[in-house]
Design a protein around this ligand. Sequence first.
Ligand code: GLU
Length: 293
Amino acid sequence: MIEIPRQKPKFRFAPSPNGPLHLGHALSAILNCEMAEKAGGDFLLRIEDIDQTRCTPDFEKDIYTDLSWLGLRWQEPVRRQSEHFPAYQEALQILIERGLVYPAFLTRGEVKARVAALEANGAPWPLDPDGTPLYPPDDRERSDDERRRLLASGVKHAWRLDMEKALAAIVEPLHWQESGDGERGAISADPATWGDVVLSRSDAPSSYHLSVVVDDAAQGITHVVRGLDLFHATSIHRLLQTLLGLPEPLYHHHRLLLGSDGKKLSKSMGDTGIAEWRRQGWSPAELRRRIGL
Ligand code: GLU
């Protein structure tokens, strides 16, 4: 009988060290670790620290402390995004050479003003699934000459995906396989709703979307388990994976924990961190019970 080699399942938890981990992170990390165990696979850790202005070594140390206290063990080495900027640049370069991205020069203030001007003409300007106005068309419409001149002048710029061109380069409709707590089965990806997403920022040589697909491929991730807040972002990830010829993982978007205000927990809102609950005397078992595990 011919043995078909089975790819070892690999799961990952990918926090950003820009604040203390809260109970929502605990849920995500525990689910990843337990699903990996059940599947006879590996549980990997990735530190998403491309934003060097907000990420700190102290927050990173706290991540290891919190996860260890929860009783989780991950496979070494930990992948730190700040050590892989050349890999993201390489992926970006492929898209530049295919003419699927363009340099974007508008500042935040200019985008706001342009959107207000576009709305003054009548219809409301469309928002992406996160509620952010789509990037206005100004930079996409510049001539090659003008782009070259602006780039040569050294003015700060990001790189954005030309969504229309990117979709035209895709042959088959995009889908992903979903097993999470929301919609399940084969989900149709709809990246157009995001407009021209940023792939490399003016202050960081990558973006969340570009680095996450490069890293999932580099780490051999077969199962992406993360919160439902990233469900719609999966449309962009499937598009980028297809454009870059990267493998397609399975996806599982789990329930979110809500704060007393009914909103999802967030670091920026200062929601109580795992460490604080620990100081207040919770055991790991108590924490699991409180988050419904
Ligand atoms: N770094 C992201 C976060 O902390 C998670 C990214 C992902 O799991 O794809 O929300």
